[in-house]
Each structure stands twice: as structure tokens, then as C-alpha cells.
Ligand binder design. Structure first.
Ligand code: UGA
Length: 431
């Protein structure tokens, strides 16, 4: 099939490459010339496992091209994916401006039948709204169908998640479009759920809100553990053995971050407000997460009378390991708060420094882990990068001003740092 994917972000780029790898002819379009240039020169604009190899493979087989020419893409393809960003507005509502621009282009250039597949996370009713807008702009109803097909991929595992999704959700009301969707998706082993566009759009938000709530739930229980000496790791394990709960995605810590959970939970609350529904559980999950992020700072304020002059090293700045993404990462909230309180903040991350520097320019960034630790008063482990598991405790004891680790991911618990004389704090333990 001739497929165009509009938007070369995480979702768009992975969608385009996996479909190209399945021998469809794909053009991936983005307005960002720099990004398109990089991609044409085989340089991935983001860090993602397996991306470089897949990009190479698809460029070699000529199944993919990258372009800024949206008009030609629309005019020459049977399937048009919309995968542009839908970031949050200041008030938490969804910013649909990028999607609206694409719909304008579709209205202008669509001259043959195409299935328009929306992959972006969008408010419920968007499929209907796009359909209506195209009709109002004079596009004949014979020329298109709009389908909702949300993405459930995780950053860092995006290619795997696209190929082996837990489920493929398709909100589609037209038999003609459904026949085309079947051609694309039948080769995937994942269960397919054909449903209405509204249901499909809400499944995406509900899935992210549920997972975010699961994390906030275990963090809430962790807060009780820290007062009662109960062990949060054993509790999560025991609860997880109940197959209705599952042990996955159930680790206490300094909260969730990233470009999805924080944004999508807030958006869902706003969407519900529009219908005069209060999503109290999701709202609580958001509030727990906000306070969870700053737990390490609260602990330091309890320990130190003065933050001024203290050197705090942040270990890991990305919102999770195996990504260079720092959007809404708990580390960012911690860094900003510490700087506001007068501390000197150092940051070490294997690949996230560059992105963090853009949003937190006042911190000091280190290329070498032990340089960042030398002379510090405290370490806060914010991301469970594998290399942190091997931290050299002797170096810490010898070279830190205070040998103190706040473990925001309970990542070092199996090494018992206290036994080596380190002041060690965990979520649900002493935090
Ligand atoms: C999330 C969802 O997992 C994907 O299914 C979804 O497609 C994606 O959002 C999206 O909407 O595009 P992602 O943002 O890549 O994927 O990140 P996750 O792997 O889900 O992690 C989110 C955050 O939760 C991280 O900050 C992580 O540290 C935190 N987390 C995760 C915990 O605090 N505890 C856990 O047990 C698991």
C-alpha cells in the first residue's frame, strides 16, 4: 500500500518505519526540515532501541522516504496517518493546533479516496470533528473515511510495542475503510478491537490514566509504609501475585513522568469536566504524583537547616531509563526546587544531559559519573539507569562531603548501602 505518515515524532516515525519494514511504500512527512534532513542522512532524531538499524534497513530497501512536502504525500497515498503532537495547553486542555493544520492540508489537497488514520492522542469526538471539518471545507464524503487508531507504545520499547502490541484498537464506522485497515493490520498477531471512534479515543486516555493510577496507588501505600515500617517491596510483590493485579508496573518511586501520563491524565480530567463529570480517582493520582516528585527535597529540608551552599548530585535526569526524554521527568521538578532553595545542583545522565540542559540551564552537567559525585553533600537517584546499580560505595565514602543517597527508584536496596556506612533513604522506607 502507499502510506503517508504525517509527523515524524516518536509515534509517527516508529509507525512509518515498521510499516515500511512490512514492504508498504511509506513517505514520512514533517514540517521540520532539520529533522527530515537528519533522517535522510540516516541520523535518528531521537534515541530509541533498534531505531538506527531499522532506519538503515528501510532506507536501503527504499520502502521509506522522508519529506517536507505534505501536498504530494496527500495526493499520492491511499492511507494517511496523522501522528502529530497533541501537547497540553497551560490549563491542561489538549492543544489541537498541529492536528488542525494537517486537517486544513487534507482539505486542500485530497483528490482521491484515502483512509485518514488518527494515531495522536486526541479528545473524544475528534474523529467526528475531523470528518465534519473536511465536509464543511468542501471535501466530498466519497473521498475519505476517518479512523481512530491510538498508539500504546512505550518510549524505549517503541518498535517492539508496535510490532507486538497487546491490542490494536480501531475506531472505524465504514466497511470500505475497515477492508483497508484489515490489509494493514491482519499480518500483526495482536488482538484487534474494532469499535466506534469515541470508544477507541477514550480507550487511549483510560489506559494511560489506569496505569498512572496504579503507580500513584502504590506510591500512596509507600507513604504509609514509611510511617509504619511495613516493607513496600514485599507489599507490591504480594499484591502483584494476585493475577488480577499483576506485579508489572507496580514499583514505588518518585512518580511517573514523560510526555504521556502527566499530560493525558490532566487532559482526561479536563475532558470529563466538560461533561460535568469529576474524575476523582484520576485527579488524586495526579495530586499524589505531584507531591511524590518532591519527596527527596522535603527530606533534605528536614535534614538541613540551610540549603544554601549544599551540593546535590542528581543521578539520572530522564523520566525513565533507555530514553533521552526528560519531558515532565520528576528529576526536573527536583532540580528546579533545589535551585530555587539555593542549592548547587549537579546532573549526571548517560544520555539525557543535553535535553535537560535546554530546560534547566542553571544546573551543572557532568560527562563523567564520579566527577559529578566528588565533593557532593547528597546524591538523589532519579532514574534507574543500569550503571547506577554498580555505584562504587568506597568512592562515595571517600569523596562525598556526606555519604548520602536518596534512592528515588528503590534501585539499590538489594546492595544494602547502610551496611557500608552510607546514609541511605528509600521511597516507602525513610522518605
Ligand atoms: C506510556 C504508556 O506506558 C504507553 O502504553 C503509552 O503508549 C505511552 O505512555 C503513550 O501514551 O504514548 P511511556 O510514557 O513511554 O509510555 O512510559 P512508561 O514506560 O509507561 O513509564 C511512565 C513513567 O512511569 C516513568 O516515569 C516510570 O519511571 C514510571 N513508573 C513506571 C513507575 O514509577 N513505576 C512503575 O512501576 C512503572
Amino acid at each position: 500500500m502507499k502510506i503517508s505518515v504525517i509527523g515524524a515524532g516518536y509515534v509517527g516515525l516508529i509507525t512509518a518505519l515498521v510499516l515500511a519494514d512490512m514492504d508498504h511504500t511509506v513517505v514520512c512527512v514533517d514540517k521540520d526540515e532539520l529533522k527530515i534532513n537528519k533522517l535522510n542522512h540516516r541520523i535518528p532524531p531521537i534515541y530509541e532501541e533498534g531505531l538506527e538499524e531499522l532506519l538503515d534497513k528501510c532506507l536501503n530497501s527504499k520502502t521509506i522516504t522522508f519529506s517536507t512536502d505534505i501536498a504530494t504525500a496527500i495526493k499520492t497515498c491511499d492511507v494517511l496517518y496523522i501522528a502529530v503532537g497533541t501537547p497540553a495547553l497551560e490549563d491542561g486542555h489538549v492543544d489541537m493546533s498541529q492536528s488542525n493544520v494537517i486537517v486544513d492540508s487534507l482539505a486542500k489537497h485530497l483528490d482521491h479516496y484515502a483512509v485518514i488514520i488518527n494515531k495522536s492522542t486526541v479528545p473524544i469526538g475528534t474523529q467526528k470533528h475531523i470528518t465534519q471539518t473536511l465536509l464543511e471545507k468542501g471535501v466530498s464524503k466519497e473521498l475519505f473515511d476517518v479512523v481512530s487508531n491510538p498508539e500504546f507504545l512505550r518510549e524505549g520499547k517503541a518498535i517492539h510495542d508496535f510490532k507486538y502490541a497487546d491490542r490494536i484498537v480501531l475506531g472505524c464506522e465504514s466497511d470500505k475503510a475497515k477492508a483497508i485497515l484489515k490489509q494493514i493490520y491482519d499480518p500483526f498477531v495482536s488482538p484487534k478491537i474494532y469499535t466506534t471512534p469515541e470508544t477507541s479515543e477514550l480507550i487511549k486516555y483510560a489506559a494511560n490514566a489506569f496505569l498512572a493510577t496504579k503507580i500513584s496507588f502504590i506510591n500512596d501505600i509507600a507513604n504509609l509504609c514509611s510511617k509504619t515500617h511495613a516493607d513496600i517491596a514485599v507489599i507490591a510483590y504480594a499484591l502483584g501475585l494476585d493475577h488480577r493485579i499483576s506485579p508489572e508496573f507496580f514499583k514505588a518511586g518518585i512518580g511517573y513522568g514523560g510526555s504521556c501520563f502527566p499530560k493525558d491524565t490532566r487532559a482526561l480530567v479536563k475532558i470529563a469536566e466538560h461533561y460535568e463529570i469529576q474524575l476523582k480517582i484520576v485527579q488524586s493520582a495526579i495530586e499524589i504524583n505531584e507531591s511524590q516528585k518532591l519527596k527527596p527535597v522535603k527530606l533534605l529540608l528536614n535534614h538541613w537547616e540551610e540549603m544554601e551552599g549544599k551540593i546535590v548530585t542528581i543521578l539520572g535526569v530522564t523520566f525513565k531509563p533507555e530514553t533521552d526524554d526528560v519531558r515532565d521527568a520528576p528529576s526536573i521538578a527536583i532540580i528546579n526546587k533545589l535551585i530555587e532553595l539555593g542549592a548547587q545542583v549537579r546532573v549526571y545522565d548517560p544520555i539525557g544531559n543535553k535535553n535537560a540542559q535546554k530546560i534547566c540551564p542553571k544546573a551543572q552537567y557532568f560527562e563523567e559519573l564520579y566527577h559529578s559525585i566528588d565533593g557532593a553533600h547528597c546524591l538523589i537517584l532519579c532514574t534507574e539507569w543500569e550503571e547506577f546499580h554498580d555505584l562504587d560505595f568506597r568512592f562515595i565514602l571517600k569523596h562525598m562531603r556526606i555519604p548520602m543517597i536518596i534512592d528515588g527508584r528503590n534501585f539499590l536496596t538489594d546492595r544494602d548501602p547502610e551496611d557500608d556506612g552510607i546514609l541511605y533513604f528509600t521511597v516507602g522506607g525513610s522518605i
